[in-house]
Design a protein. Structure first.
Length: 397
């Protein structure tokens, strides 16, 4: 008696768990140091070389942190670096991308209705977007725009939205949104690997030689760190977007607009917390959340399809035919689709009773959005989606 192991799902689970753990560690340290940097205040007894200090209490103890303009006269014997959280987040994310989106590229990555290509071409475009996104971003930061915070922010925003538009023209929505997150995550990790840590190492090296480090090194590192801070909330939402297909309502034509809205909303939320950490009060903290609420409401309305009033009837036989053609190959006790060894999400759609039971989920995944079937490999038409929606809604009356 042999054992059949669902390797793709087990590997995906283990890598995803590790990815989440190191991602939490990275985001946690990033948020803490941004808060710490913005909460520092120059005390009356602070040494001249100290930019600011902060007192905090946690776990029954008190902590006193001081930030030096460059570095203390005498470097400590032990200096803590925060970098591996970022590296392992990106490495595990790349492995997860390969396991989930490259292993079964026909289902999870590609959409033949948008672009016909080979698996190797699709994977090459995927990897190229990660590299190209970082190179383009880095060139923007090193250009004349780099010295103008507002202009640079708009340029980086435009870059990500343009990349998002391109990805929605090629991949299915699930993969396109995930890849926007992967591009941003690559930019953030590369900032740590190529700019922040190397610049800090140069500062330490110069100090050990008794030299005064160039101030530009700290300026560059802080700029990239701030970028990472503002990009964190959007990247988290993009990474979990596959679980919420309501975000895909913009489709191929307007997916880029949804991507832009997510970046703006995430950035405004971070602005609120950053301003608050800096000590801002009253008027400076009154505009962010109202704007976020309005933008979110507009996004929800934009992504919610208008209901067509129709007296059209869809027979049970027709609904079952659509179900068997487009759903049952994956959502079955014994899936015949090679991408799955068990039904996705443990959801079975082999009978009309099961369709009625899970009607709301089918409406979200296959009628109100095109998230299902995965990659639309079965070429489900708009008419079929509408008919399936009509049958589900009629059974609820």
């Amino acid at each position: 008696m042999g054992i059949e192991i669902a390797w793709q799902e087990w590997i995906g689970l283990i890598v995803r768990w590790f990815h989440i753990m190191v991602g939490i560690a990275w985001i946690g340290t990033s948020f803490y140091f941004i808060w710490l940097d913005q909460s520092l205040k120059k005390g009356p007894a602070s040494p001249d070389e100290v930019q600011g200090e902060s007192w905090s209490v946690h776990g029954g103890g008190f902590y006193h942190v001081q930030k030096y303009l460059v570095a203390p006269d005498q470097l400590p014997a032990q200096l803590h670096w925060f970098k591996y959280e970022a590296y392992f987040t990106w490495i595990s994310g790349l492995i997860l991308l390969a396991v989930l989106y490259y292993w079964s590229a026909e289902s999870f990555l590609m959409d033949p209705s948008r672009a016909s290509m080979s698996i190797s071409t699709a994977i090459s475009i995927s990897l190229g977007s990660l590299v190209g996104g970082w190179v383009s971003y880095d060139l923007l930061c090193r250009s004349k725009l780099g010295s103008n915070t507002t202009a640079l922010s708009l340029a980086v925003f435009t870059l990500v939205v343009v990349i998002g538009w391109g990805l929605t023209q090629i991949f299915n929505d699930r993969a396109a949104f995930l890849h926007v997150g992967a591009v941003i995550g690559t930019i953030m990790t590369a900032n740590v690997f190529f700019i922040i840590i190397p610049n800090q190492k140069k500062v330490v090296s110069e100090l050990k030689k008794g030299k005064t480090p160039k101030s530009i090194l700290g300026v560059q590192a802080k700029q990239r760190s701030l970028h990472n801070n503002y990009l964190t909330l959007p990247v988290v939402l993009f990474m979990i977007s596959s679980h919420y297909p309501v975000l895909f309502g913009g489709g191929q034509a307007y997916g880029w607009l949804v991507i832009a809205a997510i970046i703006v909303i995430g950035g405004i939320i971070r602005n609120f917390f950053n301003a608050r950490h800096l000590g801002a009060r009253r008027a400076s903290l009154l505009w962010q959340w109202p704007v976020v609420v309005v933008l979110t409401a507009l996004l929800i309305l934009f992504l919610s399809p208008s209901q067509k009033i129709t007296d059209k009837q869809v027979t049970n036989a027709r609904a079952l035919s659509i179900l068997e053609t487009h759903c049952a190959s994956c959502h079955a006790k014994n899936p015949i689709d090679p991408a799955f060894q068990v039904a996705p999400s443990g959801l079975y759609l082999e009978t009309l009773e099961q369709l009625q039971l899970h009607g709301d989920r089918v409406l979200t995944q296959a009628v109100m959005s095109t998230a299902m079937p995965l990659g639309n490999r079965t070429a489900m038409t708009k008419t079929e989606r509408e008919e399936l929606g009509i049958w589900i809604k009629n059974t609820k009356k």
